[in-house]
Structure formats: structure tokens, C-alpha cells
Design a protein around this ligand. Structure first.
Ligand SMILES: Cc1cc2nc3c(=O)[nH]c(=O)nc-3n(C[C@H](O)[C@H](O)[C@H](O)COP(=O)(O)OP(=O)(O)OC[C@H]3O[C@@H](n4cnc5c(N)ncnc54)[C@H](O)[C@@H]3O)c2cc1C
Length: 419
């Protein structure tokens, strides 16, 4: 019997989820068109997949629905100068997300998230390695590990992280302050200890990598249309429509990979999914990337630095404030202050950037068919780990579309959990 093949797919979003999904579909011989309001090859493209910290972090199973920070969250929210911030004009809009978040603030949910993040994170590097065989990643990816450092102030949290990762069999090497400094001698010793994930990789330019994957997609016959998409619908069993500002397009199946902007479409499809955004920022210190050899994340501060081709990228903070509020100067100042605490030799910064992590209250992504529209597939909500999970999400979503069998348990990623 001939294998089932879908005849056409439209994807909304050319971030890392959309581009990797497009590539995997094209490789299966399925015609694909990706839509985005910004061309990923242009300078206007500033999505989360452009400005992130570039960590490929297969070990990062614990998320923010973790019991140890229950009492710290209100304190952090009230402080205007910490790793977590709130835009007060957004509080009323955040309520559905926050109510659901509180329901997920327990040990059972924390371990459920860790288990099912681990299931896909564990496959994430191999999925990228497959793609990297087809593109030139020299000067774009480095394999020198990733270091996390901390002070002795929140040792209970550090112990929890270490235990959960040990229980899942994740390799980690604890480091004394001295051992961290042997690896990163320029750091000011304002921390007490750390851990290194030795096999972790980092991107020296996430946008550069995304562009290469996108070009590979185009070279294999994929199409791209630069349009703002306003509407999506499943018309019948074999027809979905994607409506732009200018035109209506028809595909057998459609994929929503619009990151933090996906909620508009899920509402049109009749699903009430509490997707919101954790806003994050970056700045560059040009020519300073050789001050560290690998990413260093200061856990107490909720910030990190990655050596990149654009300079030393200082990245971080979580700001709850929706998609429309302007960037906060205070958040940028916070990141700069944290960077200079660790590397006082840093000078002026450039390139202030605000990005939108797409986050669900249980910190699992949504990957799978829409509940009411089986030919529309969701691929969003990857929060802090969307860069790491891009390639594996592409494989999973393309497998769903091609109706392939999988050994993975995909039920925890279904939007059913919110309906
Ligand atoms: C500060 C920061 C640091 C991060 N660091 C890391 C890290 O180190 N490691 C990691 O794994 N993850 C990291 N992340 C998370 C990661 O960047 C995101 O989870 C990931 O990039 C999301 O990818 P995406 O494809 O889902 O969405 P996006 O990259 O946001 O792409 C969505 C695309 O959809 C398009 N779109 C949306 N709506 C429409 C519409 N109506 N019409 C047309 N186009 C539309 C947008 O233009 C955009 O290009 C970080 C995020 C931030 C903000």
C-alpha cells in the first residue's frame, strides 16, 4: 500500500520551530510554504529565535513551576531590581495564565514537566546534529560546555536542581569557585560554586544558524511568503486556509509556529489556551566575546553571558508584561549591572533587544493537532528552551503530519490539558 503523504502544508512563523518543521517536511517530499511578516534573511527579523542566549541545553529539565521558589516569586515581583519583573498595566491580562501557573506549582507537576521536557530535550542535540551535517556551522557553533554559577544563598534550590538531574541520569560536573575560575579566569569571584554541562554546545550566532537552515529549506524547494497572517481555519477534512492581509491561501494542513503570537490563532480555532510571554532582553559588548570561553549563567541573578560573533551577549531576566508594552530601560540596566559585576572590565554596550518567550503555565510546549481541527498542528510554547528544541520539534511535527508512528509519548504536549 502506498504510504500516506500530505499534499501541501502552510506554516505560520519562520522562527526556529517553523523553519525546522518546514525543512523536515520538504525532506519527506511534502510541499511547504512558510509565512512570516519578517523575512528571516533580513535585518528586520528580530524574533526570539534571533536574539536568544544561544544555549543548546538538553539538561534544562527543571522549569519555573518548581516548589522551591514558591515564596521567592512574590518577593521578586515586588522588587523593581531583580531577575523577575512585572508590568503593572498588564496584571489583569495575566490572571488566566497566573491562575493556571499556581495550579502547576506543586511537586507532582514539577516532576511531570521535568520528565516530559527530558523526553524531548534528550533528543534535541541529535536532531540538530542531523541538520548540521547539511550546513556549514564552522564559526557558528561551539562545543565547550555551559557553566552555571551561584552563591551559597539559595543552596536548597541548587540541591534540588542537581538531584532532579541526577535522577534523570543527566551528566553534570560540580565545580568549586577555584575550578570555575580555572576555566573562566576573567570572572570576578563574586560567586561560590558552579556546575558545568561539558557536552553542551552553544550558538555563536543563533540568527546565522537559523538563516542557514532556512536557506537549506529554500534550496530543497520550500517556499516563503512574507505576509502578516490574520486568520486560520480548517474548512473541511482536506482543506485549511491561511488568510493574510492581502490574500487567502489553501493547504491540506497548516502549522501554527508563531511563538508567543500563537494565541490569536488558537482563539480563532475555538481553543482557550493560556499562552503568554516571558519577556527577555539582551545587549552586546562588542569585541568582548573573548573574555569568556563558553556561556556562563549566574543563577542568583537570572542572567547569563554568551560569547558570540556579535560580541559578548548579556542576556536574561523574566518580565511579565505581554506583547505590546514597550521595552523597559530598567531591565536593560539590570542586565548591564549583572554583566559588569562578573566582568568589571566591560565598557559600553550596544544593540538593546527585547524578545518574547512563548510560555504556558506548566512549562511544557504544545506540540500536536488542534483539538477541534485535526489538520491544524500546533508547535509553540517552548518558553526558555525553544532554541534547544527547534530541531526535535521539527522532526515530531513533520512526523505527525506524515502520519508516522512514534515511540514518544506525545500526549503531555497536547493542548487537551487546558481544555
Ligand atoms: C532573552 C531570551 C533568551 C533565550 N535563550 C534561550 C537559550 O539560550 N536556549 C534556548 O533553548 N532558548 C532560549 N530562548 C527561548 C527561545 O528563543 C524561544 O523559545 C524560541 O526562539 C521560540 O521559537 P519560535 O519559533 O516558537 O518563535 P519565534 O522565534 O518567536 O518565531 C515566531 C515567528 O512567527 C512570526 N509571526 C508571529 N505572528 C505572525 C503573524 N500573525 N503573521 C506572520 N508571522 C507571524 C514572527 O514574526 C516570528 O518570526 C530565549 C528567549 C529569550 C527571549
Amino acid at each position: 500500500m502506498e504510504k500516506y503523504k500530505c499534499k501541501s502544508v502552510g506554516i505560520i512563523g519562520s522562527g526556529i520551530q517553523g523553519v525546522c518543521t518546514g525543512l523536515q517536511l520538504i525532506k519527506k517530499g511534502i510541499p511547504v510554504t512558510i509565512f512570516d511578516r519578517h523575512d528571516p534573511l533580513s535585518q528586520e527579523f528580530k524574533a526570539a529565535s534571533y536574539g536568544n542566549a544561544g544555549h543548546f541545553s538538553p539538561y534544562a529539565v527543571l522549569q519555573f513551576n518548581r516548589t522551591d521558589i514558591l515564596y521567592d516569586v512574590p518577593k521578586m515581583l515586588l522588587s523593581s531590581y531583580g531577575p523577575l519583573a512585572l508590568k503593572w498595566n498588564y496584571v489583569h491580562k495575566l490572571i488566566p495564565w497566573f491562575v493556571s501557573y499556581l495550579k502547576n506549582f506543586n511537586k507532582e507537576s514539577m516532576l511531570h514537566t521535568a520528565k516530559y521536557m527530558h523526553q524531548i530535550l534528550n533528543l534535541s542535540n541529535d536532531a540538530y546534529e542531523e541538520i548540521f551535517k547539511e550546513i556549514d556551522i564552522s564559526s557558528l557553533v561551539e562545543k565547550k560546555g555551559i557553566i552555571y554559577i551561584w552563591t551559597n544563598k539559595n543552596l536548597k534550590s541548587r540541591q534540588l536542581e542537581i538531584k532532579v538531574r541526577n535522577d534523570l541520569g543527566i551528566e553534570q560536573k560540580l565545580l568549586s569557585q577555584k575550578e570555575v575560575l580555572e576555566l573562566e579566569p576573567n570572572l570576578k569571584p563574586v560567586f561560590d560554586a558552579g556546575v558545568i554541562y561539558e557536552s553542551a554546545m552553544h550558538a555563536r550566532d543563533p540568527h546565522g544558524i537559523l538563516k542557514k537552515i532556512f536557506k537549506l529549506f529554500l534550496n530543497k524547494g520550500g517556499k516563503f511568503i512574507q505576509e502578516n497572517i490574520t486568520y486560520v481555519e480548517q474548512k473541511n477534512e482536506n482543506k485549511t486556509i491561511i488568510q493574510s492581509d492581502n490574500k487567502l491561501y489553501e493547504f491540506e494542513k497548516s502549522v501554527i509556529a508563531s511563538g508567543a503570537f500563537s494565541k490569536k490563532f488558537t482563539e480563532q480555532l475555538g481553543e482557550n489556551i493560556p499562552l503568554d510571554t516571558e519577556r527577555g532582553y539582551h545587549v552586546h559588548f562588542k569585541g568582548m566575546d573573548d573574555l569568556i570561553s563558553r556561556p556562563v549563567i549566574f543563577l542568583d541573578r537570572g542572567f547569563g553571558m554568551t560569547p558570540m560573533n556579535q560580541g559578548l551577549r548579556a542576556v536574561g531576566t523574566v518580565e511579565l508584561g505581554g506583547l505590546k508594552n514597550p521595552p523597559s530601560k530598567k531591565r536593560i540596566e539590570y542586565i548591564i549591572k549583572c554583566a559588569k559585576e562578573l566582568l568589571p572590565q566591560l565598557g559600553n554596550h550596544e544593540d538593546e533587544w527585547l524578545g518574547f518567550r512563548p510560555t504556558l503555565p506548566d512549562f511544557l510546549p504544545i506540540i500536536g493537532p488542534s483539538l477541534k481541527n485535526k489538520n491544524i498542528i500546533y508547535a509553540f510554547g517552548h518558553h526558555h528552551l525553544g532554541w534547544t528544541l527547534g530541531a526535535v520539534t521539527g522532526k515530531i511535527v513533520s512526523g505527525i503530519i506524515a502520519e508516522e508512528k512514534t515511540n514518544l509519548d506525545l500526549s503531555p504536549y497536547s493542548s487537551k490539558r487546558f481544555n
